[in-house]
Design a protein around this ligand. Structure first.
Ligand SMILES: N[C@@H](CCC(=O)N[C@@H](CS)C(=O)NCC(=O)O)C(=O)O
Length: 234
């Protein structure tokens, strides 16, 4: 059996991490049996100190990209075979764009921007006993804010970060158009990534500039709802 380690439900989401949600979405889209084990403490035992990682019958694989490659090789070698070589190449680059650029916009509006922080703090640290409930979020927020600054996104003002997110959303909206899935009427592994990142912006129980922006794209909302209903109903 495959076990997927994540943070545990939060912000109205299956998992508040887009990377964990991406792997869960892939497993569901490809119809691969797995068990989800969500607990923030998994971070301490995670081999690379990041989530997600999986245990596939004793084989540990870290990082959503490596995990999905592993799962495709072992259980779903034909999952993307309906895509042309050009589509597969574009999918690789879109995946990287979401992982490396849009991700930081999400993090910025959850952790750095003041509007969502009280909700995020409560969702992620609300169950800690006092005084940990005050100290741990403070330290965690300081650490994440430093990461966002070091990565570069934290050096921009709010409007600039929003404009980076808007470019991605505009592009995704054009790419998906009226399609059922990202690249037509059949799912591919790109849907796992696109759904995960869009859902964390559109479906999460947060109300900030980024979530409000993402909710303005009706086809992206429909896309998220469709995948949510079809693959995450239970
Ligand atoms: N490249 C990794 C990124 C994973 C990642 O950044 N996970 C975040 C949560 S969204 C994490 O574990 N952060 C904890 C930390 O940085 O201490 C992947 O694709 O899985």
């Amino acid at each position: 059996m495959i076990t997927l380690y994540g943070f545990g439900p939060g912000l109205g989401m299956y998992d508040p991490s887009p990377f964990v949600l991406k792997v869960a979405a892939f497993l569901r889209l490809a119809n691969i049996d797995y068990r989800y084990n969500g607990n923030v403490n998994h971070l301490f035992k995670a081999p690379k100190k990041k989530l997600p990682f999986i245990n596939d019958n004793g084989t540990i694989v870290c990082d959503s990209t490596f995990i999905i490659s592993h799962l495709k090789n072992r259980y779903a070698s034909n999952f993307d075979s309906h895509l042309s070589a050009e589509q597969q190449a574009a999918a690789t680059l879109i995946n990287k764009s979401l992982d490396e650029s849009f991700y930081w916009c999400l993090v910025y509006f959850r952790w750095v921007d003041h509007n969502s922080w009280p909700t995020v703090k409560n969702a992620l640290f609300g169950k800690l006993p006092f005084p940990l409930s005050t100290i741990v979020p403070l330290i965690a927020r300081r650490g994440v804010t430093k990461q966002v600054y070091q990565q570069g996104t934290g050096r921009h003002n709010k409007e600039e970060v929003l404009s980076i997110a808007r470019q991605t959303l505009d592009a995704l909206s054009v790419m998906i158009g009226k399609n059922r899935f990202c690249l037509g009427d059949q799912p591919s592994s790109l849907d796992a990534t696109v759904y995960a990142f869009l859902a964390e912006a559109i479906l999460a129980t947060l109300n900030n500039d980024l979530t409000r922006l993402a909710r303005q794209y009706s086809n992206l909302n429909d896309y998220c709802q469709r995948i949510q209903q079809q693959y995450f109903a239970n």
